[in-house]
Design a protein. Structure first.
Length: 336
């Protein structure tokens, strides 16, 4: 058994395995104290440490060395020590710095949420709503790129990309040959393919699921609907591909399956990657065994359909005096 250590995050103490990062320790606690993560992905080795949205303040290094860390640290890259104390949402310094990080991410990112297929399930949209400013202080011209198709099913909007590298790690680790990556350097860096080769492999569609913004979109779902008008349902099939378990989420509009995605956990990460056959070629209900409605967090705009349990919010608070007066007026108008 691995050694256990205790860490306190925003006043809540949790016992975790030695070597666990602060971010994953916070995820074991759950709730609002979990730092946001735009580049870290627990299923991908080497991810994290690029976007800096998960920064936290370490006020106590450990029991052996209680000195605080001099600067804010990335929680996805910093391992816990026994007795460590961390501040996240309880630190004004962290919240101010995170707002600055979000502003940097939005420097070149266009605010085209009304026409973006990622709207409603976009991590950057949520961060911008929580930490963003009403206007940008950036005075220079934004960098722009042409939209390109990097496959017959995938379109790349480089203008929206925040260079989180998730799609690169995904292609590296679950496919036999990666043909796309980061080209150029500095402000000219971009995701692209070598001489515009097509991204063509059995698992290429997974780069769409791991993208935290709308940079990589599904061409078969493009402009068909908004996610908050659809109803996600968990389903499965016996997939012939040896690396695919066939467990997916079907997104319904009426009786039509508009798109198929891999199932995601509570942190928005894919549980298991699926093949392109399940994703793009199986969009008929008879192809699947339906399990149950996908659980959607109440804070998500997708939950507005109330399709799990019908609990509409009261529009008007009960007013007994007003109800009694209405009954009196109603009796005056009744004809006997």
């Amino acid at each position: 058994m691995s050694e256990k250590v205790k860490v306190t995050i925003d006043g809540i103490t949790v016992e975790v395995d030695n070597g666990t990062t602060i971010l994953n320790a916070a995820r074991q606690i759950g709730g609002e104290i979990v730092p946001p993560a735009m580049c870290y992905y627990s299923k991908l080795e080497g991810s994290g440490g690029k976007c800096r949205t998960c920064i936290v303040k370490v006020t106590k290094g450990s029991e052996k060395d209680p000195r605080p860390m001099p600067k804010l640290v990335a929680s996805c890259r910093t391992t816990v020590m026994d007795g460590m104390e961390v501040l996240n949402i309880t630190s004004p310094e962290v919240l101010e710095a995170r707002a600055g990080v979000v502003e940097i991410l939005l420097i070149n990112h266009p605010l085209d949420c009304p026409v973006c297929d990622q709207a409603g399930e976009c991590d950057l949209q949520n961060l911008g709503y929580e930490h963003g400013l009403q206007k940008t202080r950036y005075e220079f011209e934004r960098r722009t790129f042409d939209r390109i198709d990097i496959g017959d099913k995938i379109q790349l909007h480089m203008n929206r990309c925040i260079l989180c590298y998730r799609c690169v790690f995904t292609a590296d680790q679950i496919t036999n040959k990666r043909v796309h990556g980061i080209l150029n350097r500095g402000d000219h860096s971009e995701i692209s393919t070598y001489i515009q080769q097509a991204v063509d492999n059995d698992f290429s569609g997974n780069v769409i699921d791991v993208c935290p913004v709308g940079a990589l979109t599904d061409r078969t779902f493009r402009f068909k609907n908004r996610v908050w008008f659809t109803k996600p349902v968990d389903a499965h099939r016996n997939c012939d591909h040896e690396k695919c378990n066939g467990k997916v989420t079907l997104w319904y509009k009426g009786e039509d399956v508009l798109r198929v995605t891999a199932r995601k956990d509570q942190f928005g990460e894919v549980e298991e990657f699926i093949c392109n056959t399940c994703r793009f070629d199986k969009k008929v209900t008879s192809d699947w065994t339906i399990e149950h409605p996908t659980h959607i967090d109440d804070t998500s705009v997708i939950a507005s359909n109330h399709y799990e349990t019908l609990k509409p919010l009261p529009v008007i608070k009960p007013n007994s005096a007003l109800q009694a007066a209405n009954e009196i007026e109603l009796h005056k108008t009744v004809k006997y």
